[in-house]
Design a protein around this ligand. Structure first.
Ligand code: DX5
Ligand code: ZN
Length: 217
């Protein structure tokens, strides 16, 4: 039985009261998912490194940084150095995936790679020994609140077969809610990002617990 992780995304939380938002889920979530966007790799802008570093250093939860930026090879190791538990770069944005995954690990974080909906799973085959988490995007990266793409489940199943018994987490991100989490779990995901489902819920902690329960059944 794989361990299940719920990693709430604060992208659509109340950003003026971030400490209080994080404290709502701190007891029940497994990691805090931090979406870094540079308005180049995706058409949206969030925290730069300096702002992210403050969140990472302050967070009582371990941080899972999702870098949706055009220069991940340069930036990713910095996120690992300031204490992220996991750092995800996008396959589509890296110039040297092998080297970047190695430097994330060397700096003490889990090295993760994400693929956008149009990217085929086979691009990751040669990197198995260097990867600690695979992120299969279940929406086009850039915004919260989009519809879950059930047609990505084929890719999730392929990733599950590929992982076999290795210590590689399999994450899905985009449109995960009470209605979709079981579909993704069934396909083989074990690590679930949920943004709007958690922070738009009247009781975010209860929603995290609900999602975990649905994925654990
Ligand atoms: C989208 C981000 C997601 C986003 C998910 O590009 O990577 O992490 O916050 O939001 P929901 O759960 O609302 O789809
Ligand atoms: Zn994300």
């Amino acid at each position: 039985m794989q361990e299940i992780r719920i990693t709430p995304s604060i992208l659509n939380a109340d950003l003026d009261n971030l400490d209080s938002e994080i404290s709502k889920i701190a007891e029940v979530a497994d990691l805090l998912h931090l979406d870094i966007m540079d308005n180049k790799f995706v058409p949206n802008l969030t925290w730069n490194f300096e702002a992210a570093e403050k969140i990472i250093r302050n967070s009582s939860l371990p941080v899972d940084a999702h870098l949706m930026i055009s220069d991940p090879d340069i930036q990713a190791p910095k996120y690992a150095e300031v204490g992220c538990k996991s750092v995800t770069v996008h396959y589509e944005a890296t110039a040297n995936l092998k080297q970047t995954l190695q430097s994330i690990r060397r700096a003490g974080a889990r090295a993760a790679v994400g693929i956008k909906p149009k990217t085929d799973f086979s691009v990751l085959l040669e990197y198995r020994d260097l990867i600690d988490m695979i992120l299969v995007m279940t929406v086009e990266p850039g915004f919260g609140g989009q519809k879950f793409m059930a047609d990505m489940m084929d890719k999730v199943s392929k990733a599950r077969d590929f992982i076999g018994g290795a210590d590689i987490w399999l994450q899905v991100d985009g449109g995960i809610s009470e209605d979709t989490i079981e579909i993704a779990r069934e396909a083989g995901a074990d690590t679930f990002v949920a943004g709007s489902a958690v922070f738009k819920a009247p009781d975010p902690a209860a929603m995290v617990m609900k999602l975990k329960e649905l994925a654990t059944k």
